[in-house]
Design a protein around this ligand. Sequence first.
Ligand SMILES: [Fe+2]
Ligand SMILES: [Fe+2]
Length: 358
Amino acid sequence: MVDSLKKPTFEEIRPGVKVPAKETILTPRFYTTDFEEMEKMDISANEEEIRAILEEFRVDYNRHHFVRDEEFEQSWDHIDGETRKVFVEFLERSCTAEFSGFLLYKELSRRLKEKSPVLAECFLLMSRDEARHAGFLNKALSDFNLSLDLGFLTKSRKYTFFKPKFIFYATYLSEKIGYWRYIKIYRHLEAHPEDRIYPIFRFFENWCQDENRHGDFFDAILKSQPSLLNDWKARLWCRFFLLSVFATMYLNDLQRADFYAAIGLNARDYDIEVIEKTNETAGRVFPIILNVNHPSFYQRLDECVKTNEKLSAIANSNAPGFVKFFQKLPHYISNGWQFLNLYLLKPINVEPSHGVVR
Ligand SMILES: [Fe+2]
Ligand SMILES: [Fe+2]
């Protein structure tokens, strides 16, 4: 059959179950933390806001949202070749990221249940949302005759340990950037329905509201812990996490520009908009934001993109491991240098604007 010739093949654990993408510094991570420290956290400084968000979570606005309708029930074989490959990769990446959120929030809700019931319920309800998101994406993969074995992922992936405060910076940003990513795609396809090649994007509008609420929860948590926001260390960490989250997305997306092109988006322009918006949003809680309009900001990121292309060419070559290592080394140093320079770019102090209604 001609169709099957055009279809890219994916490695499978067993028929229809995809071998998970190789873990790299850029793939979504699974996290664990110090649960005892989190349990002892005093949230009373902002408990009212946290309880209000819990009420929102309880309402469960998207209870009936994630239902596959008849538009899914057709053959997707016409999405073929390179587009199919990048499409499947997009679904897998998104599913893994959502599932990673589910695992972390679920575990937090379990561990905090006794000593911190308000937080435990918030985490439980967020894990409910993430489970839906991951499940919906995994179901979408099945339209391409693949799926992820999430149980296998749970057991086989490495977990990165982050102290609670780092979990808060990182999850706050990943929820907010997730919101902007989903809504930007949704708005673009709303204006250009001819580019909506698959129905899942129609669901992004309500979906991103879940991420926005999750982000608001972490915003409220951060505000309940002033020490995470008001000293020089907080400023340095906020800078670090903003840059890490932006750079990771940028490098990932530019490597997969074909996916964005398939839905009529220019990956670079899309990322610049998402970074702009997320940076602005972060300014409502972080004391500083990055100077993303500085001429060297994207110049340096673009250098890293080029370096990464060279790195993946080396990784895909047939040279022996130690040769590859020495070939890669100067590129790692170059990326490290760019990252350091980006980190040292003077940030924008936004503290004075806090509390001002915008
Ligand atoms: Fe999600
Ligand atoms: Fe989320």
